[in-house]
Design a protein around this ligand. Structure first.
Ligand SMILES: [Zn+2]
Length: 456
């Protein structure tokens, strides 16, 4: 019914004839690939019973195909689309590789000849829904069933022998849902996920497709590769992938469903695990497979500002200054920088001695010329009380302002100045070299001395 409405093109017949050459061949090894002695070939055919292992593909399920190390199954989705599917067919034929194709009903309806080419070439043909909706995880089960049935109906209608259709189904976008899986399983249809994709449906280069395919395969050592035969980048990447598989020692496995005449390949349960546990490894109960939801994911609300400021509602993690401390700090006057300055000559005295700070301070005062100390003493006598003390705390700043008031020690009262000057003279007489500060007072340079800060 469908095939009669299709115009068969000459080019399509050529491809079909190439495919027919391989019909009936059980397993084409590299050496058995006519005209292609270096072909990768198909190393073996694996017969599976969907009822025994209804969900496969470690991208989503616990089990996957019982492959041996370095065995690969190639799968192609979303076709047939003549422009690219025919090229994929040619590449696979040149390598004598058998793959599995998951057909979209609408594609089969538009291009039934493409389905027949796949069957004629000996590939396995499963289905992929009628219209490829990416809502299988949330659509009503009746709608999902209609999608499944439509794909099966149009794909089998495109076949000369509908019994050639494999009971294999891949959910579009891998949008799995428990109800859909149960429906498929109840009808003896195997649900195929994959072990790794190559992202060939994304906007990436063919080189990237090739890299991802090999990298992900190498990471797992074996498995089901998910590709699409409707993409130019896949067509471009496929020969390189196949060549690299050959170079790395991988082998292609062709998967077909079990029938009354074709029993399933004998396997053990652990072979359906990607990495079967060893005898010394305790086997944990496998967790339930979570629903795989890509879209309509509820966004968590953005945190409010109050949520981020933990100190407003909770104890602070680090000690803070209390409000009282902050008030005190804000009322204290900023110290005058001149309070920490002494003339350069006095600093030299301080640095030239190994005496204690207090002794050094006295020495610094003593190093000043007697007239400076005397002037200070006279001033202290004239201005007694608070005013005098404040003045005494200050050292000289500029030559023009108060040259004679240089180096006023901060902790010495005016009354004791005379006696200390006398003592200083004694020290000077004992040979301590004291540079004449008077020559420097013309251009005094205030110098900060940390040791002189403690006064308050
Ligand atoms: Zn798809």
């Amino acid at each position: 019914m469908i095939g009669s409405s299709v115009v068969v093109r000459t080019r399509s017949w050529i491809v079909l004839c190439l495919g027919l050459l391989t019909v009936g061949a059980p397993a084409a090894y590299a050496a058995d690939c006519p005209g292609h002695p270096d072909a990768l070939g198909t190393s073996r055919t694996l017969v599976v019973d969907p009822r025994e292992h209804p969900r496969i593909g470690t991208m989503q399920y616990r089990e996957t195909l019982p492959l041996k190390d370095h065995e690969v199954v190639l799968t192609f989705d979303d076709g047939p689309l003549p422009k690219y599917s025919n090229q994929v067919l040619k590449i696979l034929a040149d390598e004598c590789i058998k793959a599995t194709f998951f057909i979209i009903g609408n594609q089969a309806k538009a291009n039934p000849e493409g389905v027949r080419k796949l069957v004629a070439a000996g590939h396995t043909v499963g289905t992929h829904s009628m219209d490829h909706p990416l809502t299988f995880d949330r659509m009503p089960i009746e709608k999902a069933e209609a999608e499944i049935n439509g794909g099966i109906e149009w794909t089998s209608a495109a076949m000369t022998d509908p019994s050639q259709l494999a009971p294999f189904f891949r959910i579009p976008g891998l949008m799995r849902a428990e109800g859909v899986e149960n429906l498929l399983i109840s009808r003896g249809i195997q649900v195929w996920s994959a072990d790794f994709p190559a992202d060939d449906w994304r906007h990436v280069s063919s080189d990237r497709v090739y890299q991802l395919a090999i990298q992900r395969l190498e990471a797992k050592g074996k498995g089901i590769l998910l590709l699409h035969d409707i993409q130019a980048r896949t067509v471009a990447a496929l020969p390189k992938i196949i060549r690299d598989l050959k170079a790395r020692g991988y082998r292609i496995v062709h998967v077909v469903p079990a029938t009354a005449e074709r029993p399933a390949t004998p396997t053990t349960a652990v072979e359906w695990l990607l990495h079967p546990p060893t005898e010394t490894t305790p086997i944990a109960r496998w967790p339930r497979v979570p629903n795989f939801v890509f879209t309509q994911t509820r966004m968590l609300p953005a945190p409010a500002l109050a949520d981020l400021n933990a100190q407003t509602e909770h104890q602070p993690l680090l000690p803070r200054r209390t409000k009282g401390q902050m008030d005190i700090a804000s009322t204290l006057p900023v110290p005058d920088r001149d309070l920490f300055a002494i003339p350069e000559g006095s600093v030299e005295v301080l640095l030239s001695t190994t005496l204690s700070r207090r002794a050094a301070t006295r020495l610094a005062m003593a190093a000043e010329p007697p007239h400076a100390a005397r002037g200070k003493a006279a001033q202290g006598k004239a201005a007694k009380g608070k005013a005098a003390k404040l003045q005494g705390r200050r050292t000289a700043h500029t030559a023009s302002a108060a040259p004679d008031h240089a180096a006023q020690p901060i902790d010495i009262a005016p009354k004791g100045t005379a006696a200390k000057v006398t003592a200083a003279k004694g020290i000077a007489a004992k040979g301590i070299a004291v540079k004449d500060a008077a020559s420097k007072r013309a251009t005094p340079r205030p110098t900060r001395v940390a040791s002189l800060k403690k006064r308050v």
